[in-house]
Design a protein around this ligand. Structure first.
Ligand code: NAD
Length: 253
């Protein structure tokens, strides 16, 4: 196992820039249920129904009745050691870009700067009429909550049936096509277009490392089958040790 972390660390250090693609699994250890967690939100409510734009437009209170609590408790959500290790690896120049499917904002809370939130974030909430912006957890009372102007409020997230923001999508494709390695963390790799990114990166020559409690991406070059909150700090420590060794040997890159 030790060897696996060392090998992956060496590969990442040698194949820069490294891009991260993260999914719901990276936030599981922050207490946020994944899509498929037993007993989680989406075990009870079908996301294709409750988180669809069609249902939102017809009856926004249905969406707010299950999402409101999460947004009102937004300030209590805390990044875990996986988010922090990724932010540290960005600061030390090993990770150039985080692409996340998550809407929990935890990569940014952990200090990552270059973050593409492909599906948006629950942090910002907009009035559909006047475009006034509210920041979670500040959301007016009411079901559904309404803007001062009376307009319906909608979080800045991509609901099922909505297109992805074109700029985010284009930036994610660019990052995937130009990276030397990609860390694919805590995603079941079934929700497109994000699920296409590891394949795209691999086609363009990147080395793909999956970190997941179970293998999800068939074409990974290496897999660390472990919880993200355990694996990422260990991997970051190996990468740092490698960098320190190179500095000592005068091999600054
Ligand atoms: P998913 O629920 O389909 O898959 C989660 C993956 O994480 C699984 O492969 C699972 O094996 C793995 N996993 C679970 N716990 C883990 C851990 N501790 N460490 C490492 N891996 C772990 O999630 P997805 O692939 O991101 O796609 C589903 C969609 O759900 C995305 O569009 C996302 O926007 C949305 N979603 C987001 C959040 C969030 O923002 N935190 C939560 C639930 C769902």
């Amino acid at each position: 196992m030790d060897n696996l972390y060392k090998q992956v660390a060496r590969t990442i250090a040698a194949n820069r820039p490294c891009v991260v693609l993260s999914g719901a699994g990276i936030s599981a250890e922050s207490g946020i249920p994944t899509f498929r967690s037993k007993g989680g939100l989406w075990d009870k409510y079908d996301p294709a129904v409750y988180a669809s734009i069609e249902v939102f437009n017809r009856d926004p209170s249905r969406y707010w009745s299950i999402r409101g609590e999460f947004i009102r408790n937004y300030h209590e959500l805390k990044p875990n050691p996986a988010h922090t290790a990724i932010a540290d690896l960005e600061k030390s120049g090993f990770i150039s870009q985080v692409i996340t499917q998550n809407i929990d904002g935890l990569h940014k809370k952990a200090g990552s700067l270059n973050v593409i939130e492909m599906h948006g974030s629950l942090r910002e909430i907009f009035c559909l009429v006047c475009r006034r912006e509210y920041l979670a957890p500040e959301v007016p009372e009411g079901m559904p909550p309404l803007c001062q102007c009376g307009g319906v409020l909608k979080p800045n997230t991509v609901l099922f049936g909505e297109p992805l923001p074109p700029v985010a999508l284009e930036s994610a494709y660019q990052a995937a096509m130009t990276c030397g390695s990609m860390l694919v963390i805590g995603t079941s790799a079934v929700v497109y277009p994000a699920a296409a990114l590891p394949g795209l990166a691999k086609q363009h020559g990147a080395f793909i490392v999956e970190i997941n409690i179970e293998k999800a991406f068939a074409d990974a070059d290496a897999i660390i089958q472990e919880k993200a909150g355990i694996a990422l700090p260990l991997l970051a420590a190996e990468i740092k040790a490698l960098a320190d060794m190179r500095i000592e040997e005068g091999e600054l890159s």
